[in-house]
Design a binder for this molecule. Structure first.
Ligand code: ZN
Length: 616
């Protein structure tokens, strides 16, 4: 179907029973409202309950999507109003209705969250994740789902199309408005939908069709280059998990990409990903060498694609199944996010989209970021994973002093394990073998798959590689130890070197961060630094240093005239009170790591290095 009114009744009657029938219409793009219905047969005779997820898999924070539902009402047989009451913040219950009647819920969803996590609708496009728009009838999560996606009524939006990983039903053209199918609710909400006029490009990986749909105007977009580069990355990941068939584990894959003025993020799904990027990140016609922004975009796409294996199929036991009513705690996000972060850039290197030097540069940046922050001494990766809901996803000004990133340190742990395994086996085994073992376990378990438990990881690594890394793994993930990178890189002819960080003067000499702009407000104060010792706090507005204006953009220029260890006086406003601080400038600059290829590396080291990073 192309366009039309949202029918609540007769059209549905002929459809198969025990299927949840959803319909969604971008009813009022100007008011950012989707209109949604959900219809079932044989509702619970005691009164049917409904629930909307409180969070979306892949983004570990309670988001309470139900806050955006408006005017929820219920109809029996498509005509008679049924009383519906709210039973908790994301649940409803209908009064019992006569047997044999269908029960339909109709409601509106306010969609104005321009992120990959919820829903957004305006006159330029529509986007939704099922988790934020589709109510699940209690006890019916295993039923098949059909969803009618209606075109907007406005004449000026006639050119819109549909991009999604959902399966079009017979009679619905791929990319067209019409009926789409999902095997169950879990699949339904794992297939986000983009509506709009796209720049689209297609490519294949071992015969499996892949599609890129880009919403948002991008000047002189080189979609062909994008497709070529993504094809190489996708092929690399598929080949790693399936060295024989080289095929990815789905019938098709869609990169839903929103190009905007500012923003960055991605969310993984089983056969698609939703990406948000800046339009300048995307390649333009005539672009010779890949810009850093474009490489970052490719890294994001690589990351989300790798997740199609690692977290969408290989899962922590806590996510089998997901409990979307409340937090699902796992100590293993370092394995699912950290290892994925390790493989995202490594995938670009393997695809020839980063040079070995560029790759090592990225890894060194991660090393610097993790090692500069004292949070890594206070929180283990297991704790960071477990508390993601209240810490990593809710960072405050003290985050660098209290949190370790399971992405960044998790990636370093993956690198440390990979290097250790390769060195111990003369390059015959690697972390790839471990990932393949997890993959085989997933495939052979079928419907009985119970997910990865923490206790099973070290034994799996021994089984896959013959190398016992249990002690390191415990120290790096349950403890707060760091991989010893100087020692780990040495056999590869790579020198891990420390140098002074060439960051802003206030970061180096005061040990704090000051926000950009004329306000000159301190945003973060780092543990053990001069600012903290003097009592300067986040929120303080720096005005003067030794009697001279040093607010806003002036601070770094003023500090440049001082030497490490100098004593200075800083004046700052705190809650409108003028305060004086005696500060002794740091005598040691923060450390920055560099990873350098040793040109005099031995033949053995070069062989190991080539096995890891490919030929230079
Ligand atoms: Zn991720």
């Amino acid at each position: 179907m192309r366009a039309g009114r949202l029918a609540l009744q007769p059209r549905f009657r002929k459809m198969a029973r025990m299927t949840i029938r959803y319909a969604i219409l971008p009813a009022h793009p100007g008011a950012h409202l989707f209109q949604v219905t959900v219809e079932i047969d044989d509702p619970d005779p005691q009164g049917q309950g409904y629930t909307l997820p409180a969070w979306i898999p892949g983004s570990y924070m309670i988001r309470d999507f139900a806050r955006n539902l408006v005017r929820v009402r219920a109809l029996a047989g498509g005509v008679r109003r049924v009383r519906i009451t709210k039973t908790d913040k994301h649940s409803w219950r209908c009064a019992p209705i006569a047997p044999g009647q269908t029960l339909t819920l109709a409601y509106e969803v306010y969609a104005y969250d321009l992120s990959v996590r919820a829903a957004h609708l305006d006159t330029t496009h529509g986007f939704f994740n099922g988790a934020s728009v589709f109510l699940l009838p209690d006890g019916r999560g295993h039923e098949t789902c059909r969803v009618d996606i209606f075109a907007p009524r406005e004449r000026r939006l006639r050119g819109w199309q549909v991009a999604t990983g959902l399966q079009p039903a017979r009679g619905t053209a791929p990319g067209g408005f019409g009926t789409y199918l999902a095997a169950d609710y879990d699949e339904l909400i794992d297939c986000p939908v983009e509506l709009g006029s796209f720049a689209a490009q297609e490519f294949a990986v071992e015969g499996v069709p892949h599609r890129i749909a880009i919403t948002g105007r991008v000047a002189r977009l080189d979609a062909q280059r994008l497709a070529q580069d993504l094809a190489r990355v996708c092929a690399v990941h598929a080949r790693m998990f399936e060295p024989r068939s080289r095929r990815p584990p789905f019938a098709g894959y869609t990169f839903l990409t929103m190009a905007v003025d500012s923003g960055y993020g991605g969310l993984e799904h089983r056969n698609s990903t939703a990406l948000l990027c800046q339009r300048d990140d995307l390649p333009h016609a005539g672009m010779k060498t890949a810009t850093e922004a474009y490489r970052r975009f490719l890294g994001l796409a690589s990351h989300e694609y790798f997740h199609a294996w690692n977290v969408k199929r290989i899962k922590p036991s806590a996510f089998v199944p997901y409990d979307l009513r409340q937090e699902s705690y796992t100590p293993l996000l370092w394995l699912f996010e950290g290892f994925t972060s390790y493989y995202d850039d490594l995938g670009l290197r393997r695809a020839g989209l980063l040079t070995p030097e560029q790759y090592l540069g990225e890894l060194a940046t991660t090393l610097t970021t993790v090692l500069q922050r004292s949070g890594r001494r206070k929180q283990s990766l297991a704790e960071s994973s477990f508390d993601a809901w209240i810490k990593y996803y809710k960072p405050d000004e003290n985050a660098p002093n209290s949190i370790v990133s399971y992405y960044q340190k998790g990636a370093l742990v993956a690198a440390g394990l990979d290097l250790a395994i390769r060195a111990a086996t003369a390059g015959r085994r690697s972390l790839d073998d471990v990932m393949r073992l997890f993959w085989r376990q997933y495939k052979s378990a079928g419907a009985d798959y119970a997910g990865v438990t923490e206790e099973a990881i070290a034994p799996a690594m021994v089984a896959a590689t013959g190398v016992d890394v249990a002690r390191s793994l415990r120290d790096w993930t349950r403890g707060t130890g760091d991989p010893d990178f100087a020692a780990l890189f040495a056999p590869f002819g790579i020198a891990a070197e420390r140098g002074p960080a060439l960051e802003s003067a206030h970061f180096a000499m005061l040990g704090c961060r000051i926000g950009a702009g004329p306000e000159g407000r301190i945003s973060q104060v780092f543990d053990g630094g001069p600012a903290q010792a003097a009592g300067l706090s986040a929120g303080d507005q720096v005005l003067a240093l030794d009697g001279l204006r040093a607010g806003g953009n002036r601070i770094d220029a003023v500090l440049a005239r001082y030497a490490p260890g100098d004593a200075v006086e800083i004046l700052a406003f705190r809650r409108d009170e003028l305060l004086r601080f005696d500060v002794v400038l740091a005598s040691q600059a923060p450390v920055k790591w560099k990873l350098n290829l040793d040109p005099k590396a031995s033949v053995k080291a070069r062989r190991l290095r080539t096995g890891w990073l490919g030929a230079a």
